[in-house]
Ligand binder design. Structure first.
Ligand code: NAD
Length: 437
């Protein structure tokens, strides 16, 4: 936040913002703005803003050729004021402390806005997992969890998958942790395979949550979904099922983008989403997908500016910036991805009257079902998919209603309202617990 120029735009509340800030600076800018709205004191801000604990470990593995390779592993626990910390583990060459801090920070407030009894954490390893053999990947995953076994645990900090980590990796991690503690401890990690305590409904949970948000906002705006159109950026876990749920509800999904480019149609009924899902299931990406009446611009960004009612960014952070915010035509944006809109762009869109369902609310269906997985592991009793979806839907519906109420009462954006609700919950828990000595 200190690296702003004199030309950096400021928000209504006087908080400086720039498109060029890193993820943690973006996260803190959102926090600072909400803190001003609530009127937090300096002491209160200090109590909850910065991460609680940062652990950095050297992760050595033996490569298949006998060499030893050393990687850097990170775990940031932002807050455990409301319960054990919770957050995924990312394997990526661009992992940095700032990124992990930002993601841990968002997890704290995501759990608080959904009102699930957990705090926020995130982990990562600076590695290109594609350069590892399956055996090396297993060694890295097992060694990561071993190095962090003092700071994680079913009542302490519960990891989950994130970019480039999956159910198999969670299984190796759970196995390593359990063997070292001498107990069977499935609740140490979520996103596991069903056979060892994973939850039904987890795969589609984030997208189902995105769809519940869209449905409720449509209701609030007096929209009939079958008369509306949409575009979705990203066709991975979140984007593909979000597109499918919209399609099944009768929304004409007229644009999809993934890393291979855009897929756009003028057809009244929109794209054939089930066929696109099948294509990605067979080929990994949409590369080569064809459909009558569909054009494929090379630039995936073009989908963001389509003349549709609903836009779902579900790919990467920082996709909508000051350079394209003025060209966005959708009037409802549902943030499937984390941080897809920069703070500056967010203000441009808010001034233009665009409704934005913020990431910490919109994509919290994923962590909500992760929490339900942990609950089932603790009970040793497993629910049907219907029951999981019902529980998740109840939690999400309550969260959306609470945020909407604060947004209307205080005349603030849904993002600020979500932060106001979440910050107050984290602060209250921190203050009630008080200072130990
Ligand atoms: P994923 O890896 O399954 O899919 C990412 C998609 O984005 C792919 O289709 C990829 O082709 C596409 N993509 C990449 N670069 C692109 C570009 N330049 N233009 C257009 N498309 C591009 O990832 P995911 O799990 O679907 O996650 C997507 C976002 O949602 C991330 O921000 C993630 O942090 C967030 N998120 C995911 C979950 C979850 O449960 N998976 C939960 C909450 C938030």
């Amino acid at each position: 936040m200190n690296a702003t120029s004199p030309n950096t735009p400021t928000t209504k509340s006087g908080v400086s913002m720039s498109d060029n800030m890193n993820a943690f600076q973006n996260a803190v800018a959102q926090f600072d703005e909400a803190a001003k709205i609530i009127g937090l004191t300096e002491n209160q801000i200090n109590l909850i803003k910065e991460p609680q604990k940062i652990t950095i470990a050297k992760i050595p593995i033996r490569r298949d050729n006998g060499d030893i390779a050393i990687f850097t592993g990170l775990r940031v626990q932002h807050s455990s004021a409301r319960g054990p910390a919770k957050g995924g583990i990312r394997f990526h060459p661009n992992v940095s402390l700032d990124e992990v801090k930002a993601l841990a920070f968002w997890m704290t407030f995501k759990c608080a806005v959904a009102n699930i009894p957990m705090g926020g954490a995130k982990g990562g390893v600076i590695v290109d997992p594609k350069a590892l053999s399956p055996h090396e990947l297993e060694s890295l995953s097992r060694r990561y969890i071993l190095e962090f076994s003092d700071v994680i645990g079913p009542d302490r900090d519960i990891p989950a998958p994130d970019v480039n980590t999956n159910a198999q990796i969670m299984a190796w991690m759970m196995d390593t942790f359990s063997l070292n503690k001498g107990d069977y401890l499935p609740a140490v990690i979520t996103g596991k395979p069903i056979e060892i305590g994973g939850s039904l409904g987890r795969k589609e949970a984030t997208s189902r949550g995105v769809f519940i948000n869209v449905k409720m906002m449509a209701q609030h705006l007096g929209w009939t979904l079958t008369e509306k159109s949409a575009a979705v950026q990203g066709f991975g876990n979140v984007g593909s099922y979000a597109a499918l749920f919209l399609h099944e509800a009768g929304v004409a999904v007229k644009g999809i983008a993934d890393i291979s480019g855009g897929y756009i149609t003028e057809k009244k009924e929109g794209l054939n989403i089930p066929a696109m899902l099948e294509w990605v299931g067979d080929h990994g990406t949409l590369e080569g997908y064809t459909e009558l009446g569909v054009t494929s611009p090379d630039d995936p960004m073009s989908v963001l500016e389509m003349d549709v009612d609903i836009l779902v960014p579900a790919a990467l952070e920082n996709q909508i910036t000051t350079s394209n915010a003025h060209h966005i035509k959708a009037t409802l944006i549902a943030e499937g991805a984390n941080g897809p809109i920069t703070p500056n762009a967010d203000h441009i869109l808010f001034e233009r009257g665009v409704h934005i369902i913020p990431d910490i609310l919109c994509n919290s269906g994923g962590v909500t079902v992760s929490y339900l997985e942990w609950v089932q592991n603790r009970m040793g009793y497993y629910w049907t998919e219907e029951k999981v979806n019902e529980e998740m839907s109840e939690i999400m519906t309550r969260a959306i209603n609470e945020v909407l109420k604060v947004s209307l009462a205080r005349k603030i954006s849904l993002r600020m309202a979500a932060f106001v609700v979440a910050i107050q919950r984290v602060l209250k828990a921190s203050e009630i617990r008080g200072m130990y000595l």
